[in-house]
Each structure stands twice: as structure tokens, then as C-alpha cells.
Ligand binder design. Structure first.
Ligand code: OGA
Ligand code: MN
Length: 305
């Protein structure tokens, strides 16, 4: 197994990686893992991947032709797993098991959803910068996203480094952020897009949770901005002022120098650390199928009590 930073000349010069490359933040961000079949990873591979995640925060594995069961098994070697309780379709309406987040534009029968389909419109929230499950009291550790069907054009995923974004703030800005606590909810992120079509059950289930705006990585102790489109309020702040503040901070944190783009091939698996990154999907032709399956490793703890 070999781990090559996206920023290396090897990855920049060759066409083995269609991800565009990273910036000059001084912090390593993104790497490509080669020479590993994840279905046959050893314990040594797993610990090397964990170390690489602590450093690079996003890892790209090419040509991993896996089943959902193999994806789940690999993912669960990094910790306790989340269930897909944040998906809009639960139980009998689901296409995939509750172990898998359905990141697709397909209905239960595998057909592309209509333009005005409720689940599709809810899913457009993935095109806003976010950190997975920041709306859960214990937010996610890792997400692992496997590309099963990719549209001919568009539909890239972008990643932003929240450690670099933190470091780039001046002292006064860091000071202002340090003790702030934010409310996160899927009702807020969808509200940004004008999606208000929630049932009473969903409103209850997804009522806001509190998260600190600045967090520290449990292993590296790097500080990072815990931003997400799920934020709709800051405790003790007037709402319009809070939203403006978060919007400005998000604009700062997603400048191109902190961002790289992943261009998908079928059977890519991309793994990221939600504790130090944000990500978003980009637009594509909504009449074409796009089918990705996500497994999610749960965080270790609540961050705010
Ligand atoms: C996700 C997600 C982005 C994409 O899987 O959590 O936000 O590009 N996906 O589909
Ligand atoms: Mn996501």
C-alpha cells in the first residue's frame, strides 16, 4: 500500500488522479492510496490508513469494486457505525439498507427521480457545504463514499480543509469564534434552499442540536472550524447576525486555496474526516443517474453538553 499526497508532483503531473490539486495552506490535505484492495485490508493497513487520515483528512482509493457488505465491513474497522437516520426515506421507502446512506437520485425501483420529487429536492442539500451528521448530538467521524454510477459530466465533490481555514484567521477572529455554540439542524440547511416540506415527525426528529464552532481533533489536537450548512443559529446571538457571521466564515473557509475537487470514476471510494473538513456535491444533469453509497463511522463523543 502506498499513500501519495495530492499535492505531490507525482499526482499533479500524472493523469492517475483527476482530482485537481491542493493549495498552499502549509497543511497536507488529500492523498491517494494505491496498492490496496480494501476488501482484503490487514490490521496494519487499517492503522496506516488511520494515521494518513489524521494527516491528510481525505483519502482517495481507485478501483474498489465492492458490495455494500464489503463497504460496511471495511468502514466498521474504524469505529462504531452510524445508521442512515438523516436520510429522508426511512423503512419501507428505502432503496438501500439503513446501514447505507443513499446518495443517489434514484427511487426504490432504480429509476431517476422526477425534477420535483421530494427526496430529490431534500438531497440537493448535499450541494451546500457541510460536515456529515453535524445535526446529530454525536456528529460523524469518517464518511466513506463509493461511486456506483457516475453521470457523464459534472457531479464532482469538493472538499475544504477546516484546519487551514482556522489557521488563516487572525487572532481577533479566532478569539471571537472560540466560545461560540451553534444550533445545527437539517431543517436549517434545507431551509436555505426554500425546502420546508417536512412532516411533524421529521421536525421533531431533526430538531436543532448544539455544537461548538471551534473543535479540536482528538489525535492531532489541531483546531478547526466546525462549520456546516446545518447551522441556523448561534446561542445568545440574534438570528440574522448569527447567519451573516456564519455565512462570512463559510466564505472564508471555502476559498479555493483550502479546497480540492474530486472528479469521480466508477468504483472510486473516497473517505474523509468530518471532524476537520466540509464537502459539497456539484451540479450535474438531473436526468442522468448518479448513485453513490455512503457508510458513516460515528464520532466518539458529544462535543457540547
Ligand atoms: C455525502 C455527500 C456529496 C456528493 O455523501 O455525504 O455529501 O458529491 N455527498 O454526493
Ligand atoms: Mn455529506
Amino acid at each position: 500500500m502506498k499513500i501519495t499526497p495530492l499535492n505531490s508532483s507525482e499526482n499533479r503531473a500524472s493523469n492517475t488522479v483527476s482530482s485537481t490539486s491542493v493549495a498552499q495552506s502549509g497543511i497536507d490535505f488529500g492523498a491517494v492510496v494505491t496498492g490496496l484492495d480494501i476488501a482484503h485490508a490487514t490490521d496494519a493497513d487499517i492503522s496506516a490508513i488511520e494515521n494518513a487520515m489524521d494527516c491528510y483528512a481525505v483519502l482517495v482509493f481507485r478501483n474498489q469494486k465492492i458490495t455494500d457488505a464489503q463497504q460496511y465491513e471495511f468502514s466498521s474497522r474504524f469505529g462504531a457505525m452510524e445508521q442512515a437516520t438523516g436520510d429522508i426515506n426511512q423503512s419501507k421507502n428505502r432503496r438501500l439498507a439503513m446501514d447505507i446512506n443513499d446518495i443517489s437520485n434514484l427511487d426504490r425501483s432504480g429509476k431517476v427521480r422526477a425534477r420535483d420529487d421530494r427526496a430529490r429536492l431534500f438531497g440537493l442539500g448535499n450541494m451546500l457545504w457541510h460536515s456529515d451528521s453535524s445535526f446529530k448530538t454525536v456528529p460523524a467521524k469518517y464518511s466513506l463514499l463509493s461511486a456506483r454510477v457516475i453521470p457523464a459530466a459534472g457531479g464532482n465533490t469538493e472538499f475544504a480543509d477546516m484546519r487551514a481555514a482556522w489557521v488563516a484567521l487572525d487572532r481577533a477572529q479566532q478569539h471571537e469564534c472560540l466560545n461560540l455554540v451553534c444550533e445545527h439542524s437539517q431543517l436549517y440547511s434545507r431551509g436555505i434552499l426554500g425546502f420546508e416540506d417536512f412532516t411533524n415527525d421529521e421536525r421533531t426528529k431533526w430538531s436543532p442540536v448544539l455544537q461548538p464552532l471551534v473543535r479540536q481533533h482528538p489525535v492531532t489536537e489541531a483546531k478547526s472550524l466546525f462549520l456546516s450548512s446545518h447551522i441556523g443559529a448561534i446561542v445568545n446571538w440574534p438570528v440574522p447576525e448569527a447567519r451573516l457571521f456564519i455565512r462570512d466564515l463559510t466564505e472564508h473557509a471555502t476559498q479555493s486555496e483550502f479546497v480540492f475537487t474530486h472528479t469521480w470514476n466508477q468504483w472510486d471510494l473516497v473517505m474523509w474526516d468530518n471532524r476537520v473538513t466540509m464537502h459539497r456535491a456539484r451540479r450535474y444533469d438531473h436526468t442522468q443517474p448518479r448513485d453513490l453509497h455512503r457508510t458513516t463511522v460515528a464520532g466518539d463523543t458529544t462535543l457540547y453538553s
